[in-house]
Design a protein around this ligand. Structure first.
Ligand code: AMP
Length: 266
């Protein structure tokens, strides 16, 4: 990448492509705060725990580049797999406790893959700031931990989740939903907001809040719940009582498509 002469600060937006309005919001924020905006497009095989999920991950590089151009991105880096992981590559960046629950438990090896590729991208781009979506809240926490522990000078910026008008969080995986599944998928958001309401009304038992999430999801027969969580916002450890900042989160399958969403409390 010819970044040496690029004006600073550099803002980096790492993605796996099939870009949507969520990615565009990250690009717009990066562009507003940076002299040079860099987007990476890389479907990182190391962060997929299911081979079929990797094989069917949607791709359209030409369209993605058009979107980046429309957003005023200065440089798109879309390397082939063997450029990121050349023959002989043999290092794993493995973050500790924060990477173990939730997505870490549900998708073995996922955060090792994420941390490893993000460390490589950080070292290649040497951005002042990198932009990530709150939709993947645990991912942001894992990357922050890694950046602190490895003395990576890139500042991690977390950006709000962008949603469809009916509340479904935008995701490249939404393209796999059948019309019936797509119609059912807003139940994630509805269950989270109903649970937030219960919390706003004074409920502090984490079991009660988790039960409210499950009850909301059970209204939709197509929703197969993988987990619901009410965790400490800093450690992501499951709570007994919600006495400080917390994170409600859930993972739900609709057929073969797995969706996640979350809602911070306090
Ligand atoms: P992905 O291409 O899915 O790996 O996502 C690349 C980046 O975009 C990650 O930081 C995601 O958290 C972020 N992102 C994905 N979907 C959304 C969304 N709906 N709103 C905001 N950010 C998102």
């Amino acid at each position: 990448m010819a970044l040496g002469a690029s004006p600073r600060p550099i803002g980096l937006v790492p993605t796996m492509g099939w870009l949507h309005a969520g990615h565009r919001a990250l690009m717009a924020r990066a562009r507003a705060e940076s002299a040079t905006t860099v987007v990476t497009i890389f479907v990182n095989p190391r962060q997929f725990s299911e081979p079929t999920d990797l094989a069917r991950y949607p791709r359209n590089e030409a369209r993605d580049v058009e979107i980046c151009t429309a957003e005023g991105v200065d440089l798109v880096f879309a390397p082939p797999v063997d450029e990121v992981y050349p023959p002989g590559f043999d290092t794993v960046v493995s973050v500790g406790a924060i990477a173990q629950p939730l997505e870490g438990a549900a998708r073995p090896g996922h955060f090792d893959g994420v941390a490893t590729v993000v460390a490589i991208l950080f070292n290649l781009v040497r951005a002042e700031r990198a932009y990530f979506g709150q939709k993947d809240a645990q991912q942001v926490a894992v990357i922050r931990r890694m950046a602190i522990d490895l003395a990576i000078p890139t500042e991690i910026v977390s950006c709000p989740t962008i949603r469809e008008p009916d509340g479904l969080a935008m995701s490249s995986r939404n393209v796999h939903l059948s019309p019936e599944e797509r119609a059912a998928a807003p139940v994630l958001r509805q269950a989270l907001l109903a649970t937030r309401q219960v919390w706003e009304n004074g409920e502090r038992s984490a079991d009660a809040l988790r039960a409210r999430m499950r009850a909301g999801l059970s209204e939709e027969p197509l929703a197969n719940v993988e987990y619901v969580s009410c965790a400490d916002a800093a450690t992501l450890a499951e709570l007994d009582r919600v006495d400080g900042p917390a994170l409600l989160s859930l993972a739900v399958r609709f057929g073969s498509t797995r969706l996640i969403d979350n809602e911070p409390l306090g």
